[in-house]
Design a protein around this ligand. Structure first.
Ligand code: PMP
Length: 360
């Protein structure tokens, strides 16, 4: 039996993708080998990687002037790769701080001898808000403005893409990429770990505007140097082959189910249903200001935290897993990425109502 898995990542994957991968696991494309066993230099695997990139580009309508890179080290490595690739010592960079992931990115940037300007900091609201457009300033000299469109732990999401003017906008889209249509042209650079909406962990996708290449510091390791990786078609070293293959399958699954517009509509409906259930109960609550509520990560608390363990045990018995909130905030968190069907959200809502009826 498949459960509804509400994990923040690695997250539930689409069943048709898993079934396809399972069906060809021991004999991939008539090769007599698993895709796990094929050399990354072999022409069939190169074609598989090209197809994954092409499909991703088509889905996101990535303009020609951008390179798509398949890297490793997670989004965490990008916290360092971004300053290493886009700055020299003494430069100014700007960040918007909306929670734990942006805080980590800022902390990492401080290691690179930069003037790190935090243009907006939402700590005063305990990170339950996003800054109003126009309420903060980005120094014109900044090499980039970095922000986290969706804070996976806090469940806080920007309702709009910030306007950085001529300053290149850098986004950590780990928990929002492919959840809806995106105007890639607004960004200088996008990065995202694959393990939420794109496939398994081990792969980090970077989409970088070509004019930002060629600026890496000499200390940048080759595998994190966008220019070197672009020149090597992301195969300067052995790529995470299975993750790249699965990304391709996931991207095709999104296309086959109506593309990003349809995906966005489904995700919005899922989130709306869950927030409505939380807001209409006197027992559950979500602290995030309404306009900044995440479509994909929905934290909520019970009126009595002493009931948390019982709530989780009952959920598990009902086939609803991984609802425990992040260890730093407690409570619950339901991550409802692309592969979570509306039926899973409805099952959670029904379980929550029944738990409230018997414990509220
Ligand atoms: N940024 C965001 C928004 C995330 O959600 C995560 C992981 N949950 C990270 C960065 C860190 O990613 P990784 O573990 O792939 O390094």
């Amino acid at each position: 039996m498949r459960v509804y898995n509400f994990s923040a990542g690695p997250a539930q994957l689409p069943l048709p993708v898993l079934e396809r991968a399972a069906s060809e696991l021991t004999d991939w494309g008539g090769s007599g080998m698993s895709v796990l066993e094929v050399s990354h230099r072999e022409k069939d695997f190169v074609a598989c990687a090209v197809d994954a990139e092409t499909t991703l580009r088509r889905l996101l309508a990535v303009p020609e002037s951008y390179r798509v890179l398949f890297l490793q080290g997670g989004a965490t490595a990008q916290f360092a790769a971004v300053p290493m690739n886009l700055t020299t010592a003494g430069d100014t960079v700007a960040y918007l701080n909306t929670g734990q992931w942006s805080t980590k990115a800022i902390k990492q940037a401080r290691a690179y001898d930069l003037d790190v300007v935090v243009s907006a900091d939402e700590s005063a609201s305990s990170y339950t808000t996003t800054p109003d457009p126009g309420s903060y300033e980005v120094p014109a000299t900044a090499r980039y403005l970095h922000y986290t469109p969706n804070e996976t732990i806090g469940g806080v999401e920007f309702p709009n893409v910030p306007d950085a003017g001529d300053v290149p906008l850098v986004g950590d889209l780990s928990s929002t990429i492919l959840s809806r249509p995106l105007d890639v042209g607004r960004f200088g650079l996008i990065y995202a770990g694959a393990q939420k909406n794109m496939g398994p962990s081990g792969l980090t996708v970077v989409i970088v505007r070509e004019d930002l290449l060629g600026r890496a510091r000499t200390i940048t390791p080759g595998v994190l140097d966008y220019t070197k990786m672009a020149a090597a078609n992301s195969m300067l070293n052995t790529p995470p082959t299975f993750s790249v293959y699965l990304l391709g399958l996931v991207a095709h699954w999104i296309e086959d189910t109506g593309g990003l517009t349809a995906m966005g509509e489904r995700n919005q409906a899922k989130a709306a249903a869950l927030y409505a259930a939380i807001d209409s109960s006197g027992f559950y609550s979500n602290p995030v200001e309404e306009r900044s509520r995440s479509w994909t990560n929905v934290p909520f608390t019970l009126a009595d935290p002493a009931l948390d363990a019982e709530f989780l045990a009952g959920a598990l018995a009902a086939g609803l897993t991984n609802l425990k909130g992040h260890r730093s905030v407690g409570g619950m968190r339901a991550s409802i990425y692309n592969a979570m069907p509306m039926e899973g959200v409805t099952a959670l809502i029904d379980y929550m109502a029944e738990f409230e009826r018997t414990h509220g």
